[in-house]
Design a protein around this ligand. Structure first.
Ligand code: NIG
Ligand code: FE
Length: 409
């Protein structure tokens, strides 16, 4: 047994499904708590100084009165990529927008060039170093999208890297096929043909080789419209891939509405979402995966998180780590912005980066809360309470990370 004792406050959402409305703020809060872990799973949770009988062979960690939460879940990242995009800084300072740069053949397409050039092993090693950094920052489960290959060989290359990261690092990596992330140079001006190519040539192989659980589309002005997104996502559902949508990041062109209509698990970004989109999401039970660090980096508005909570949409918060719109993998910074920019309460934010995020990637049954039977993924913070985690920014407040009952050094 591994025992974590002397936990000042243990905070966790409860259950296996996403929490919305008032329930998003309902965390279990135990004082002077302890957690017993056996075989990588949570065996028991104690409060008010209670402890189990400890054998000589047990390992005991003293949390020294600090806060303990579930391991964080980062439910939206693009962490497998070649190159960086720091050279875009002068363009941005001259006033070029994110979509201006993409339309001129840069942006995502620049990363596509570099990702295609990178050998699979190099790509793996680069991503593995990001995974290590994420673990050190308290993230124990991550979603990783493809979308910088944009052809058969290179999309599969990225997805195989996801698979290896899942198998060869302590992190749980959930893989998403985002072949429809941009229109590749081979299909300039022919988005419909590209969607057909993805549906007929790439998707069947992704499904056959079990390289992804989700299919995602960048539904955006001058990228893929709602009809093209619908077509690909419905085709992917037939192959057993659940739907996600990059929706309303810059313009509201119907992505959030589509998410509700086709039963997407999540819609992501949602900066520009309107009333109609929110209504459709609420009706369809779609989780809103919000990415405040992207709003911060692009100098955009922040998604209407409070309005979503009021309308009964479960809110998750993720990093969106990628080389273009969010070159930071620090989910703790997204937590800070959850409070500063979204005006969410600490309890709502905790649910957003644990249980709701887990449900957004189909892992609500196994992770996202500290409960008997769930995987033992926990963070011991260098902080006495959740308020401190939301309040201090720009510094890593994680003290110890436990993944499947093992201490991550
Ligand atoms: O979520 N918007 C599309 N995809 C990413 C950005 C990818 C990139 O710029 O490389 C995002 O913001
Ligand atoms: Fe993204």
């Amino acid at each position: 047994m591994l025992l974590i004792k002397n936990i000042g406050i243990l905070m966790t959402p409860v259950g296996k499904s996403a929490l919305c409305g008032k329930a998003q703020a309902k965390n279990l809060k135990l004082h002077n708590a302890a957690v017993a872990i056996c075989d990588g799973k949570i065996a028991a949770v104690y409060k008010d100084g209670e402890l189990p009988i400890i054998a000589a062979s047990d390992t005991v960690i003293d949390a020294q009165g600090n806060l303990v939460t579930p391991g964080l879940v980062d439910c939206h990242t693009h962490l497998v990529f070649g190159g960086w995009r720091n050279h875009e800084i002068p363009l941005k300072l001259k006033g070029a927008s994110y979509l201006d740069i993409l339309k001129a053949g840069g942006g995502i397409l620049d990363t596509v060039k570099n990702t295609r050039l990178m050998r699979e092993e190099e790509l793996f090693l680069k991503s593995e170093s990001f995974i290590r950094e994420m673990l050190a920052n308290g993230v124990t489960t991550v979603e990783s999208k493809s979308g910088y290959g944009l052809d058969y060989d290179n999309e599969l290359k990225q997805l195989r890297v996801n698979k290896r990261l899942n198998e060869e690092t302590p992190m749980d990596v959930v893989s998403t096929f985002l072949g429809a992330h941009a229109i590749p140079p081979e299909y300039t001006g022919k988005p419909d043909e590209y969607i057909d190519y993805l549906s007929e040539r790439v998707l069947p192989e992704v499904a056959r080789l079990k390289l992804a659980e989700f299919c995602d589309v960048f539904c955006e002005d001058s990228v893929f419209d709602a009809a093209q997104s619908r077509k690909l996502l419905l085709r992917a559902q037939k192959y057993g891939l659940k739907s996600k949508i990059h929706a309303d990041e810059i313009e509201a062109i119907g992505g959030a509405t589509l998410a509700g209509e086709i039963g997407a698990v999540s819609a992501e970004h949602l900066i520009a979402t309107d009333e109609k989109g929110m209504e459709s999401m609420a009706k369809g039970g779609v989780i809103a995966a919000l990415l405040p660090a992207t709003s911060f980096y692009l100098g955009k508005n922040y998604a209407p998180a409070r309005a979503m909570i009021e309308r009964g949409i479960p809110v998750a918060i993720a990093s969106d780590f990628n080389p273009g719109s969010c070159p930071s993998l620090n989910l703790q910074f997204a937590i800070n912005l959850g409070y500063i920019a979204y005006r969410m309460f600490p309890e709502e934010i905790l649910t957003a980066v644990t249980l709701n995020a887990a449900c957004a990637i189909g892992r609500g049954e196994t992770v996202g809360s500290i409960e008997e039977g769930k995987q033992a993924d926990l963070v011991i913070w260098d902080a006495p309470d959740l308020e401190m985690v939301c309040y201090r920014f720009g510094t890593n407040q994680v003290k110890t990370v436990i993944k499947k009952g093992e201490i991550i050094e």
